[in-house]
Design a protein around this ligand. Structure first.
Ligand code: NAD
Length: 252
């Protein structure tokens, strides 16, 4: 058990990468708070994890809302006694389209969910980690932050901010023994994929994207869960400020 005795929060845990990470963390001994706005799926997952004999609790938390993020952290403390790991994974895509077609409301929403969420998770989560003498924050960025392509300008920029925040936070909180790292997934076959491919996953668009990945497939929740488990475990105790590409070689 690589996370025995740890308390973790995973945001965006009701689907895709977050679901994979939450399940894996629970299987490795962590008590997991699953945070999302998709309440039915989140509750179902929490029940499944508990049925498997692990510890999980679902909490409704819009990661861009200050009071809801505060309540999410408070839930970890009240239910499981503290906070060791925060995975800021919830994200909002941009539909693949010309940059000038994205309206202001969508731009604001992308930056609120992808970036402000990290500010809120930090101001509420770090005090709880200081109480434990340290912790780990893992931010889900994207290969789009490292190798941006056309059609996703504002999303690319939000994930670029996630990388700079990760490195800045790693320096800021090193003295607290809080490590801060990021995952950079290539496109994965989750509900979000359709937006990245322009609104629909056609066989042609899917195959065209796969051709750009040297290892010849898209990423999976299992790929992200494996990487997250390593970075959040004590095996990575000397790694901070890392942006780990989980991308089958796409960013080379
Ligand atoms: N799927 C991809 O191709 C891909 C590639 C690179 C990076 N990412 C990033 O990975 C992360 C997870 O994406 P995914 O592919 O698993 O998508 P997904 O759509 O399967 O899951 C995203 C989850 O986040 C939740 N969510 C959305 N807005 C929220 C909010 N305001 N507060 C709380 N929860 C919210 C959704 O309800 C959903 O359960 C995101 O940050 C995304 O930007 C995805």
């Amino acid at each position: 058990m690589r996370l025995e005795g740890k308390v973790a929060i995973v945001t965006g845990a009701a689907s895709g990468f977050g679901e994979g990470i939450a399940r894996r963390f629970a299987n490795e001994g962590a008590s997991v708070v699953l945070a999302d706005i998709a309440d039915e799926a989140g509750e179902t997952l929490a029940n499944n994890i508990r049925d498997d004999g692990a510890k999980a609790r679902y909490v409704h938390a819009d990661v861009s809302a200050n009071d809801q993020v505060a309540a999410m952290v408070a839930c970890a403390v009240s239910e499981f006694g503290g906070l060791d790991i925060l995975v800021n994974n919830a994200g909002m895509p941009q539909r693949n389209q010309p940059a000038l077609d994205v309206d202001e409301e969508t731009f604001d929403a992308i930056f609120s969910v992808n970036c402000k969420s990290i500010y809120l998770g930090t101001i509420h989560g770090v005090p709880a980690m200081r109480e434990r003498g340290g912790g780990v924050i893992l931010n889900t960025a994207s290969s789009a932050a490292i190798r941006p392509r056309p059609g996703l300008v504002w999303y690319n920029g939000s994930k670029g901010a996630v990388l700079t925040l990760t490195k800045a936070m790693a320096i800021e909180f090193a003295a607290d023994q809080i490590r801060v790292n990021a995952l950079c997934p290539v496109a994965g076959d989750t509900p979000m994929l359709a937006e990245f491919l322009g609104g629909e996953v056609t066989n042609q668009a899917y195959a065209k994207f796969v051709e750009t990945v040297p290892l010849g497939r898209l990423s999976t929740p299992r790929d992200l869960a494996n990487a997250a488990l390593f970075l959040c475990s004590d095996e990575a105790e000397f790694l901070t400020g890392v942006a780990l590409e989980v991308d089958g070689g796409r960013c080379i």
